[in-house]
Design a protein around this ligand. Sequence first.
Ligand code: NDP
Length: 475
Amino acid sequence: MAAHQEEKLAEERKHQNMQNGTKASQGQWGRAWEVDWFSLASILFLLMFAPLIVYYFIMSCAQYQCSLTDPLLDLLTGKKHLSDIWNRTPMLTYRAAAIYSLWVTFQVVLYVCIPDFCHKFLPGYVGGVQEGAVTPAGVVNKYEINGLQAWIITHLLWFANAYCFHFFSPTIIFDNWIPLLWCANILGYAVSTFAMIKGYFFPTNAKDCKFTGNFFYDYMMGIEFNPRIGKWFDFKLFFNGRPGIVAWTLINLSFAAKQQELYGEVTNSMILVNVLQGIYVLDFFWNEAWYLKTIDICHDHFGWYLGWGDCVWLPYLYTLQGLYLVYHPVQLRTAHAVGVLTLGLLGYYIFRTTNHQKDLFRRTDGNCRIWGKRAEYIECSYTSVGGTKYYSKLMTSGFWGWARHFNYTGDLMGSLAYCLACGFEHTLPYFYIVYMTILLTHRCIRDEHRCSSKYGKDWKRYTAAVPYRLLPRIF
Ligand code: NDP
């Protein structure tokens, strides 16, 4: 009898947890309703300088052998003018425009027209039609999860071309790298502008739109929560995953092919970067359904930050290590290579295990075993804007008992490994770890701010039980 009551109670809580999605935390959901001066200043800075930063990095490699200081020194000492650098920069070409248009169209076709078949034969893989989290307006979107299939088809065609048909050279991406940058920018700006206009005039779900009244903030952080065209073309899922992340591994392969062409061999550092980043990309697609529950999809609106970021920032700056290794082919000593591989794999293990532990915990409502023991947690409650009380749980077992965001720590270890694979001659390959540290620390603080206003004193109990954010005893 008691067990029956307990079961009923758990069922009720589960139901309430689900409802939480609808209205509980509308106040803390997604991006802000009002803009403070600091956010506005950061946004203006990024809108003005992020495209320049990408250009500067890519230009430094093409014209200054990846030195970040030489272009500045040349400009400051008057040895070169901006126009000299600009005049040596390849412009947009018809060839690059054709390649890019074909690439994006192909990814759209793979995304929209070919339903997932991988889940039919890959044990453990979750694909096909899946539901996302409940939006603040109470909508549950359906997604066609077919990213793994898109990745496999694209790469099979790439290898077929490289080794059998020879329709184009595998160095094609490297050879058109800067002209393709202009194409990616055009798409990035076009899609962000379109998303803004769509948010004003024909939103997919008007109740899930946010307007701050500040043009720049709305442009950057997005108005619509889940803009769509038709039933299935979801902007966030498409632009987050493809064309950027599918391209990531192809870009690396193209850089490896260029090394082979220039030096007659592919260095062990290039292989390490290809393998470690390849694991990360494959993990992303294998867990695409899980990704529907992450902050990007559950809380962020679709604006320039995601639209331009996915088209330009991600493919150009996440692949800097491979680009660097084309200009500086580094052959690592065995001990160094083994160290990098170990750090990369350990980082990946922590990243994946931590994410998996939370996923399992939330799916089973805490009724699971973590590291062989019953999961431990803190019961939390929060109140909706309508005054209804809801319940949730915050796990304190496994890696979630070590630190409040140990998944980010694993991600950072992997990121550091990619950089270390490039040796110590230049700072450029280390941009990635600096960027990821800023991104994930900021994300951690942003998320904790949201959780603190959502759970109140229960969040304080949780932070007392798990006092560190990223590194036990340090931060
Ligand atoms: P998390 O997966 O860590 O999700 C945070 C949410 O989990 C919180 O808002 C809270 O939501 C819930 N939560 C927090 N603590 C607990 C707990 N102890 N027990 C149960 N639930 C808890 O964050 P992200 O979505 O940001 O990250 C997902 C992954 O993606 C990470 O591994 C990250 O490293 C990676 N990532 C990679 C990026 C890249 O560019 N390479 C960029 C961004 C992320 P609730 O309100 O439901 O309680």
